[in-house]
Design a protein around this ligand. Structure first.
Ligand code: SF4
Length: 404
């Protein structure tokens, strides 16, 4: 299924969802609180992640979604501090994984946790696999890095892993080099390597973006099946709301280093509340917007005061651009997924305000955002420079959710 054509409502497989949530319901595996990650650059300090909070329960999938430059990749890399340091560093906050505060761990301690309990898969499997070693050699190395098994046992495990991720003739595929595999096969190998040590948490950063839609659907199905088998939790990074609808239990919407909205996939898709979330959904095929969201992300070296979306928000008022980010308000709609709060950071959800003004999106309100009062900080991000702060080095100004 083309993920970009079916995102109006979540389509998560109910069996997988039930199985994963049966793992250890309501037990929090990961708690990220007030996370602030910065990068010291020649242009100044990039505030890539600036006060992010979310939790991940055992057996659930949390999707972090937003445009390139929203800080979602840096958020995921901050969990095990995968970014290069310097220039990157965690300036504040905590990342508590199964009772362990990862933000205060040494590099050696984090190395023990990476791969053994928290695994990562990335967008580009070709770049992640070493072209001069066979996939079998690399799988065996991943297994033996964290488990004390001999070569024969590790090779046997490698064959079982390739079988598990759906690679046919696994024993002969072990002797293939990465260039002999298709893109989908390479991503399956990466997933096999990530599963080698039966992680509690899999962090998947745009793992299907480079794949065609058929292979993408196969990989998402595979991840759901593996999760249902193992009960592992998944943090899934994507700009594609179609993928979110396919795989998420919980959604965290990020913009310019901040969380704008969070809630169950059902609540966020059925009742999108933040203007940014609404605008992202409007960009999906068949949902109204042809040109993406007007404007660009703010300069991450000089983030604006108040709501960071104000320069692009058709509902911004002067109050939006002063002080701190608007506090999170419970949206208070009917909760379909008990236990997952639906919260939004927008002044129109305060008890003194009327959120129904936001229901007029695309009708009688201009899409031209309000101008900030003179003297406010917060220049726009230059979309042609590599200062998007998400650590992907692209700086491509990608709108993220666009028509294909
Ligand atoms: S109305 Fe104000 S607070 Fe709400 S999203 Fe727009 S700019 Fe932000």
């Amino acid at each position: 299924m083309n993920s970009n054509t079916s995102a109006a409502s979540p389509a998560r497989d109910s069996t997988a969802a039930e199985s994963s949530s049966d793992a250890k319901p309501d037990e929090v595996l990961l708690t990220v609180e007030n996370l602030r990650t910065v990068f010291d650059t020649d242009d100044g300090t990039v505030h890539a992640v600036d006060g992010v909070d979310f939790t991940v329960q055992r057996g659930e999938t949390v999707c972090i979604v937003g445009e390139s430059g929203s800080g979602k990749t840096v958020t995921s890399e901050s969990i095990t501090q995968l970014f290069k340091s310097p220039p990157g560093s965690i300036a504040d906050g905590s990342v508590v994984f199964d009772g362990i505060d990862l933000a205060s761990r040494t590099e050696d301690e984090l190395t023990d946790i990476r791969g053994a309990r928290i695994s990562h898969i990335f967008q580009n499997p070709q770049g992640a696999l070493n072209p001069v070693y066979t996939v079998g050699w690399q799988l065996v190395e991943a297994i033996q890095l964290h488990r004390n098994v001999d070569d024969d046992a590790a090779r046997e495990d490698a064959i079982n892993l390739l079988n598990r991720v759906g690679i046919p003739e696994a024993s002969s595929r072990l002797d293939d080099y990465p260039h002999e595999l298709s893109g989908g096969m390479k991503q399956r190998v990466m997933i096999a390597m990530a599963l080698a040590c039966q992680p509690d948490l899999l962090i998947a950063d745009e793992p299907t973006t480079a794949l065609d839609v058929t292979i993408q659907a196969q990989i998402l199905k595979l991840l759901r099946e593996l999760q249902a088998d193992s009960g592992m939790s998944i943090v899934f990074i994507t700009h594609d709301l179609g993928v979110v609808a396919e795989i998420a239990d919980r959604v965290v919407v990020m913009y310019a280093g901040k969380v704008m909205e969070r809630g169950s996939v059902y609540d966020v898709f059925e009742s999108p509340s933040h203007p940014y979330t609404k605008a992202l959904l409007e960009c999906l095929p068949g949902h109204g917007s042809l040109g993406g969201i007007p404007g660009s992300l703010p300069d991450p070296t000089a983030p604006p005061t108040g709501c960071r979306f104000a320069d692009r928000c058709p509902y911004a008022v002067a109050e939006c651009t002063v002080g701190e980010q608007p506090v999170f308000e419970s949206v208070g709609r009917e909760v379909q997924n008990e236990g997952i709060e639906h919260e939004v950071s927008c002044i129109h959800y305060r008890s003194t305000d009327d959120p129904s003004v936001l229901d007029q999106l695309g009708s009688d309100r201009s899409s031209t955002p309000q101008e900030r009062p003179s003297g406010q900080t917060g220049g726009s991000r230059d979309s042609d420079t590599d200062r998007d702060g998400d650590g992907d080095g692209d700086g491509d100004g990608d709108r993220g959710v666009t028509r294909e």
